[in-house]
Design a protein around this ligand. Structure first.
Ligand code: A2R
Length: 320
């Protein structure tokens, strides 16, 4: 598959006003000259995102059908999700509705439309759950053992993508993205949470105590700008019906992330464990094998972790 089939094409980002959506829109417009369309929920701000926005709740099947008829996209990037593990424990029904029923709506609508866009369904490295030691680093074809409700919903999305490819010939390509980080991420995620707290402490807006959850978890953190570059490549070169891991390939323990952020701080800060930040089930080790995406697309993550942490902290310093 050629690597410039995106050039100048119509790309639709479903769930385009979230953390990844803004970066993906800029990348598609900037690197490929795409005409970028995107959806947002009512009330969700879209300022600064380089896309033509339409309001859409993916629980409304008729609205998706109307949008597809209007846009007629060549590529669809499906990002819309209830994306927080923590919220999925508190709101299981909304998580399953949006992430499973919502994804099914999109696939159904494409099938009914008779259009043939290439569709990238964004799932999560969390789908693998507690990986057996012999399966580390984790490859795409092992049996997922999801350990939380969010992960279950994304396993279902992945399976639905595969079923719609086989049954109806839809051009679905599935992604399992590991932790992505960067400026503008909400503090529901660990790096943004640490950086926001540090910025608030530096600004004298909170006592000099950083509250943390499980520091022993090992995660594969990748800069969001590298992640969206991977998505654009997979949309072009990924094989239909296949699943691809997206991650830096180098895992680090959360404690070391904390250490690096503390070293960037301009004042002394102590650390305290907050039991509310500990999750009911946490996956201790995530090591990822990225040979499949590299073989298919040649993708290489480029941005060093240190740079992402520095820029994320700068972002929060500018906000608080
Ligand atoms: O939850 P909100 O208000 O932030 O809105 C999110 C939106 N979304 C929906 N869009 C349409 N219909 C719905 N029923 C619906 N519920 C939520 O999807 C948000 O604007 C977007 C997802 O963006 P984030 O939550 O910021 O996720 P992020 O980090 O951009 O990740 C993109 C994808 C997700 O599928 C993750 O599960 C995966 O990458 O890792």
């Amino acid at each position: 598959m050629s690597d410039n089939i995106l050039q100048g094409k119509k790309a639709l980002i479903v769930g385009g006003a979230g953390f990844v959506g803004g970066y993906l829109a800029s990348h598609l417009a900037g690197a490929y000259g795409c005409e970028v369309f995107a959806t947002h929920l009512p009330g969700e701000p879209t300022e600064g995102i380089e896309a033509q926005f339409t309001q859409l709740d993916i629980l409304d099947l008729g609205a998706i059908e109307a949008l597809l008829a209007h846009v007629q996209p060549n590529f669809i990037f499906h990002l819309a999700a209830q994306s927080s593990v923590a919220h999925s424990w508190q709101n299981p029904d909304i998580t399953l509705d949006v992430n499973i029923k919502g994804s099914t709506h999109l696939l159904q609508a494409v099938q009914k439309s008779g259009q043939a866009p290439r569709i990238l369904l964004i799932g999560s490295g969390d789908e693998y759950g507690a990986v057996r030691p012999q399966d580390i680093p984790v490859q795409e074809d092992i049996l997922p053992r999801p350990g939380n409700i969010y992960a279950v919903s994304k396993v279902c999305q992945n399976m639905l993508g595969s079923v719609y490819a086989k049954a109806y010939g839809l051009q679905t390509i599935m992604v399992r993205a590991f932790n992505h980080i960067g400026p503008r991420q909400t503090p529901a995620f660990v790096v943004a949470d640490f950086c926001k707290q540090v910025a608030e402490i530096e600004a004298g807006k909170r006592e000099p105590v950083l509250r943390v959850g499980n520091l022993t978890a090992t995660r594969n953190f990748t800069d969001v700008r590298d992640v969206v570059a991977a998505y654009a490549l997979l949309a072009q070169k990924g094989q239909v019906g296949e699943t691809y891991n997206v991650g830096s390939g180098h895992s680090v323990v959360v404690r070391s992330i904390l250490q690096q952020i503390l070293e960037l701080a301009t004042c002394p800060i102590t650390v305290e464990v907050d039991p509310q930040k500990l999750r009911p089930i946490d996956v201790p080790v995530v090591e990822v094998d990225i040979r499949k995406i590299q073989a298919a697309t040649g993708w290489q993550p480029k941005i060093p972790l240190q740079q992402t942490l520095q820029q994320t902290l700068e972002y929060w310093r500018g906000l608080v």
